[in-house]
Design a protein around this ligand. Structure first.
Ligand SMILES: Cc1cc2nc3c(=O)[nH]c(=O)nc-3n(C[C@H](O)[C@H](O)[C@H](O)COP(=O)(O)OP(=O)(O)OC[C@H]3O[C@@H](n4cnc5c(N)ncnc54)[C@H](O)[C@@H]3O)c2cc1C
Length: 313
């Protein structure tokens, strides 16, 4: 079943989700074509190693959801693609629906697991704010957005390595992004991070972020937060994890002083390992935690940081 996936770059680097899509497409059997907007041969090589066979380079195009959708639909038709894989990112969520409409395809968003054969695709996706998972069987053509960090990345896949260049038409574009403002979002990008240290109301105030930041820096982790911490004005909304914040799926999520409200779990429940530090043994977060520490975070977090520093020294 021919696959078309879309790669994403951030600050000139290929986002990990791009490689996840290449590997997910390979799992479906391929052939895997990946559209690379404004990328270079190094990015293409990373995609080949992860499972792509053909990288379609499209250069000189500014991001616009309408133009992206028009170009992707055109390339999907040219490649006869039956499955279109798109990152479940801010941009991906923006143009995926438009692509599905243009192709007359089904659309399934925020998928965490995918498999299929030549006729249909089976996916798993969280529903009811992550309280349950739905297993869905869908016939092609289908547009699927995939949650970052949910797929294993193949290494050293030996592919034919075809690089094509294309200049698809941007079509009719009725709106234009005139300005973008970068929000303060910490040193490591939250949605791409493989480790996240997150703080909630239990950290008591903004003056205590350095305690969590030191642990995050030691682990090379991103800093996350609950909505209570964000609403209190202790940290910028760009750090918020949950239903009205970011959806994350890291290998390790360390929740410090977070009760585990359903809306928070909606954003981090698919993390591979969850460590919860909370002084209330009945806190809801312990229901999803892989490991739990019932104690004062102001004792536990600095001790953890010191022990981890010893491991790395
Ligand atoms: C429509 C809607 C959308 C929402 N979206 C989101 C969202 O996107 N993200 C989100 O997070 N929330 C969201 N919420 C809010 C959510 O319901 C909770 O109110 C919020 O997650 C609580 O944040 P918290 O766990 O930090 O605070 P609390 O619930 O107050 O929990 C604080 C925890 O810290 C522990 N604690 C206190 N002191 C210490 C200490 N010294 N050491 C260790 N533990 C300590 C306490 O035992 C407690 O469990 C949403 C709510 C609604 C209605």
């Amino acid at each position: 079943m021919s696959i078309l996936a879309i790669a994403e770059l951030k600050d000139g680097n290929l986002k990990k989700i791009s490689k996840e899509l290449a590997s997910a497409g390979r799992k479906l059997g391929g052939p895997v074509n990946i559209v690379l907007f404004n990328g270079n041969d190094n990015h293409a090589n990373e995609l080949f190693s992860a499972g792509a066979e053909t990288v379609i380079k499209v250069d000189g195009k500014e991001y616009s959801p309408e133009a992206w959708a028009n170009m992707i639909s055109q390339l999907a038709k040219e490649k006869g693609a039956k499955v279109i894989l798109i990152p479940h990112s801010i941009e991906g969520k923006d143009y995926a629906g438009r692509v599905a409409i243009q192709l007359g395809a089904n659309l399934i968003a925020d998928v965490v697991s995918i498999q299929g054969d030549s006729n249909s695709v089976q996916v798993k996706k969280p529903i009811y704010s992550g309280k349950a998972y739905a297993n869905i069987k869908v016939s092609a053509p289908v547009v699927i957005t995939i949650r970052p960090n949910s797929q294993e990345v193949l290494e050293n896949y030996q592919s034919p390595k075809n690089i094509e260049t294309a200049s698809p038409s941007e079509g009719t574009v009725k709106s234009k992004i005139t300005n973008k403002q970068q929000a303060e979002a910490g040193k490591v990008q939250l949605t791409e991070a493989s480790i996240i240290v997150s703080g909630g109301r239990g950290i008591k105030g903004p003056e205590n972020w350095p305690i969590l930041q030191e642990l995050a820096d030691t682990l090379g982790a991103a800093l996350g937060a609950s909505r209570a911490a964000v609403d209190a004005g202790w940290i910028d909304h760009s750090h918020q994890v949950g239903q009205t914040g970011k959806t994350v799926s890291p290998n390790l999520y360390i929740a410090c002083g977070i009760s585990g409200a359903i809306q928070h779990l909606a954003g981090m429940g698919s993390s591979k390992i969850i460590v919860a530090i909370n002084k209330d043994p009945d806190a809801n977060i312990f229901k999803v935690a892989t490991y739990g520490v019932v104690d004062d975070l102001f004792k536990v977090v600095p001790a953890m940081t010191q022990e981890i520093k010893k491991l790395y020294s």
